[in-house]
Write a protein that binds this ligand. Structure first.
Ligand code: OAD
Length: 247
């Protein structure tokens, strides 16, 4: 459906999303690209400039926590001014219409929550959460950057970012909620993810029963299986589907 005009695809997506009873959306960094948040892969991707194994692993943090915190401080500063775009807003609006909808995001930027999404699984955690490496205490801390090496207010242990790193498992409860919803969904929207990082990349395999809609300006390993493939930026595509949008 690559050559189909955008307006026709919007009508198709409007129809599918209206009709769905148990819809699920999976989002990745691309949904926040139009909010100014850099993606990980691709031309301007973060992993072009930084090596994940030097920054986003438990080993890297054990070796040099200051370096890892510096990187997260920099990301906090980049992301702090970002605001939700029409794709985030459409997903929040859609949630209010569909009691069984679940949004699964790989993003740690918090923009879905800021847009109003509540039935949300932040499967890779949240950049604005800090967690104590000693006592497990967790809290939100929106300072950008955090001063030096942040310490736990309870036990003075070293705090770490509340995100999932490479080599770490997804928290069991988040994974179970995502798997359960995907297995019983009738519509799966996959928006702005390169669909290469597991286990999230494997979720669509659990939904052979669902109609698969992909929104991504570039093809992904999932594209050949999509029933509807929208090759457009997510904000641009979903903007006119918002109820307050003109026309
Ligand atoms: P990627 O950076 O791998 O992929 C971003 C995707 O968004 C690409 O397929 C782009 O084509 C697409 N894209 C770019 N601009 C877009 C737009 N305006 N609208 C829609 N799509 C757009 O990001 P993720 O798939 O989210 O993990 O990466 C998955 C995980 O890898 C991340 O959660 C992170 C990373 O390492 C952890 O940190 C654990």
């Amino acid at each position: 459906m690559t050559g189909t005009p955008l307006e026709e695809l919007r009508e198709k997506v409007r129809e599918l999303t209206d009709r769905a009873r148990r819809p699920v959306a999976i989002t990745g960094a691309g949904v926040s690209a139009e909010s100014g948040v850099p993606t990980f892969r691709g031309e301007d991707g973060l992993w072009k400039r930084f090596r994940p194994e030097e920054l986003a692993t438990p080993e890297a943090f054990a070796r040099d926590p200051a370096l890892v915190w510096e990187w997260y401080g920099w990301r906090r500063e980049r992301i702090a001014p970002a605001r939700p775009n029409p794709a985030h807003r459409w997903l929040a609006w859609y949630e209010r219409r569909k009691p069984e909808f679940l949004l699964i995001t790989q993003n740690v930027d918090g923009l879905h929550r800021m847009a109003g999404s509540r039935r949300l699984v932040e499967i890779h955690g949240n950049l604005w959460v800090v967690r104590c490496t000693r006592c497990g205490f967790e809290t939100e801390d929106r300072r950008a950057p955090l001063p030096g090496l942040p310490r736990c207010p309870r036990c003075q242990g070293l705090l770490r970012p509340g995100v999932v790193w490479f080599g770490e498992p997804i928290p069991a409860e988040a994974m179970a909620r995502a798997v359960e919803a995907v297995q019983r969904c009738d519509l799966l929207l996959v928006i702005g993810t390169s669909a290469v990082v597991y286990p999230v990349a494997g979720l669509p395999d659990l939904a052979p029963q669902a109609t698969l809609v992909e929104v991504n300006p570039a093809p992904t390993p999932l594209t050949p299986r999509a029933h509807v493939s929208v090759r457009a930026p997510a904000g641009e595509f979903f903007g006119p589907l918002l109820p307050e949008a003109p026309g």
